[in-house]
Design a protein around this ligand. Structure first.
Ligand SMILES: Cc1cc2nc3c(=O)[nH]c(=O)nc-3n(C[C@H](O)[C@H](O)[C@H](O)COP(=O)(O)O)c2cc1C
Length: 192
């Protein structure tokens, strides 16, 4: 439990560690699963919640609006540790936390949300989707302000966490489950 807590905290704060860029999976609404790499922005170690940032117009947001089932996969090759999280996805476009996340982002990061058409829109030619004057430029606060409507946070409330450590002398695996109200974890060892 302590190792999982430590690795998720470090994943959110240290962009150099593999836990900074996990794979987030949703139900695609067509009977399949959709996965994508996302940057872990925050981990609340009391509530066992993860926070990601995304474009409110992206397909994944529609998917989470339809089904809140989510899985997140982390792997640190050097540490030989995999963490697989199951949880509930909550997308927030207008909330104090979404406002704070937007305000805390650099203008360069906020530039991504200035794309004129939403992610996955088709284009006649290769494109960033950004308005031409902004391409390759660090925009001003005034430039990025209208893009706030395109920004959302994805909060993941962890319901189950599967921790696996590979080792020659014997793999080890633990399963944490979380009390819905208190968020209190309980853990047990399981066979890898
Ligand atoms: C290293 C890396 C980091 C990424 N970080 C994010 C991110 O933080 N948020 C996000 O929405 N997409 C991020 N993406 C893009 C997604 O992987 C994905 O292509 C995009 O969000 C569209 O996903 P969707 O069509 O399932 O909505 C990242 C991609 C890479 C390769």
């Amino acid at each position: 439990m302590d190792d999982a807590r430590h690795r998720l905290s470090e994943g959110a704060s240290n962009r150099k560690v593999p836990f900074h860029s996990p794979v987030v999976a949703s139900l695609d609404g067509e009977g399949g699963v959709a996965q994508r790499v996302m940057i872990l922005r925050a981990f609340d170690a009391e509530k066992w919640q993860l926070r990601f940032h995304t474009d409110a117009r992206s397909p994944k947001v529609d998917q989470f609006d339809s089904s809140d089932a989510v899985s997140v996969l982390f792997y640190d090759k050097d540490a030989k540790i995999q963490i697989r999280v199951a949880g509930r996805a909550v997308v927030e476009r207008d909330s104090p936390e979404a406002d704070a996340a937007w305000n805390d982002s650099t203008t360069f990061a906020r530039r991504c949300y200035m794309a004129e058409a939403g992610p996955s829109s088709t284009s006649q030619s290769p494109t960033s989707g950004l308005p031409a004057p902004i391409e390759g430029v660090n925009p001003s606060e005034a430039d990025v302000a209208p893009a706030r409507v395109n920004f959302a946070i994805l909060r993941i409330v962890i319901t189950k966490l599967d921790w696996l450590h590979l080792a020659n002398e014997g793999h080890r695996r633990a399963l944490l489950t979380f009390e819905e109200e208190s968020r209190e974890p309980s853990g047990q060892w399981i066979v890898p």
